[in-house]
Design a binder for this molecule. Structure first.
Ligand SMILES: *[C@@H]1O[C@H](CO)[C@@H](O)[C@H](O)[C@H]1NC(C)=O
Ligand SMILES: [Zn+2]
Length: 418
């Protein structure tokens, strides 16, 4: 705004008003342009009626915070421990029963307390899809050397986010299977601005990180062991020549990292209070969509809002960020939405971060927010009667080429931001 000069002669009120309005217009125009250039994909907003149907489809079965999946995760589970393996086996059994593709990335890492065996767990609904959204959380809990601190549970950090992922996977699986059935038999829904076959090219992947916690004090080398390993592994895993991204002849050759449209990282959630800010301008719009999901759920009376907890999503657009599993991906150009409570829960890294720190209404609210957000991102809805055989069936190649327009080019956003 520095180029707008305030006239030196006594300005008339009208002139001042004019300058003020011009500034406003400039700001508004700028924001509109920014938002449209960052939003690289369609988002399929559901009607309030559909949201109600989704929420009622399969209500959470549990009536206490230690029931259901969460109950299986609320144990000390530091990386490399037997309990950590138990938790891994449990997560694996849930996804295997649901029929998801499983990938494990075992590796040995050097830590201040010696070498530790880590393993990330990765679950994909459709491993052949060319693009994906990732929703991630870490399943390890912080290691402490002595009793009683070594009984640290980390309920919000991040047993609850992992249980949200398991609940979400169970909820999404039938919807994803139904769509796959329609698309495979050529009966995908085709409406104005909506081609189910094309929409299905974006799959969902859940990444459960091991070794997020530092063994001593958080440093670049003592923290996020699993995430650092995976980001590097994917950077060096190049796509097969048959992958649609390879047709763009990118240089350097596209890697698995290029297939990630967005990485949504959940951390420090499940207690009564949450305050989620947006840290990255290119995903401000995803933050706005999640906020909108919460608002619509509240409007329809589908979530219980505890006293003083109406606003979980702050409008302030943060600069900088919070160190977490997203960093090695961010630094390699992946688009990040960091869903982390700021400030951290009061119980953070204390023995009090156990089942008693969690709130059942808050867990249910998160559960529903994530349902609506994921369905809208993926273009999924409750089974609708409006199906049609696509009259103008496109060839696979055309579809893929269309889909590719929406693929983010790693690192290009950096230029847009600056
Ligand atoms: C493993 O979990 C159990 C609870 O199931 C707990 O009592 C035990 O102390 C944990 N082991 C370690 C080494 O933390
Ligand atoms: Zn932690």
């Amino acid at each position: 705004m520095s180029r707008i000069r305030i006239p030196s002669s006594p300005p008339s009120l009208l002139l001042l008003l004019f300058v003020f309005v011009s500034c406003l217009t400039l700001i508004t125009a700028r924001q509109t342009r920014d938002e449209s250039s960052y939003q690289k994909r369609d988002f399929h907003t559901l009607s309030n009626e559909d949201i109600t149907k989704l929420v009622n489809l399969d209500p959470p079965q549990w009536n206490g915070v230690d029931e259901g999946h969460l109950g299986k995760l609320l144990i000390p589970r530091a990386s490399g421990s037997q309990n950590n393996t138990l938790v891994q086996n449990y997560i694996s059994s849930v996804f295997t029963n649901l029929g998801w593709h499983e990938e494990k990335t075992p590796f040995r890492g050097t830590t201040p307390i010696g070498d530790i065996d880590f393993q990330n767990l990765i679950y994909t609904f459709d491993p052949s899809a060319p693009r994906k959204i990732i929703i991630a959380a870490h399943f390890d809990s912080k290691w402490f050397p002595d009793f009683p601190a070594n009984q640290f549970i980390g309920a919000t950090d991040s047993a609850a986010p992992v249980s949200m992922i398991l609940d979400l996977a169970e909820f999404l699986t039938p919807l994803l299977n139904q769509r796959k059935g329609r698309v495979d038999s050529g009966r995908g829904i085709l409406k104005r601005d909506f081609d189910e076959e094309e929409v299905a090219e974006t799959t969902i992947q859940f990444v459960l990180f091991d070794g997020e916690e530092a063994f001593r004090d958080w440093t670049a080398t003592d923290s996020i062991y699993g995430a650092r390993h995976l980001a590097e592994l994917w950077q060096n895993t190049f796509l097969p020549s048959s992958h649609p991204l390879n047709k763009r002849r990118l240089s350097p050759s596209p890697s698995v990292l290029n297939t990630i449209d967005h990485l949504v990282l959940l951390d420090l959630l499940g207690n009564k209070h949450s305050m989620i800010y947006s840290y990255f301008r290119e995903t401000d719009w995803l933050h706005a969509k999640m906020k909108s999901a919460d608002e619509r759920l509240q409007h329809e009376g589908l979530v219980e809002v505890e006293k003083g907890e109406k606003e979980w999503f702050g409008d302030m657009r943060m600069r900088g960020g919070i160190g977490d599993d997203h960093l090695p991906f961010l630094h390699r150009g992946v688009s990040i939405f960091h869903v982390i409570s700021n400030p951290f829960p009061k119980v953070w890294h204390t023995l009090a971060d156990d089942a008693s720190a969690l709130s059942l209404p808050a867990l249910r609210r998160w559960n529903r927010i994530l349902r609506v957000f994921s369905c809208e991102y993926l273009g999924l809805g409750p089974l609708s009667a409006t199906t049609s055989k696509s009259p103008t069936k496109k060839t696979t190649d055309e579809l893929r080429i269309n889909g590719m327009h929406m693929l983010p080019l790693a690192r290009t956003y950096k230029t847009i931001v600056e």
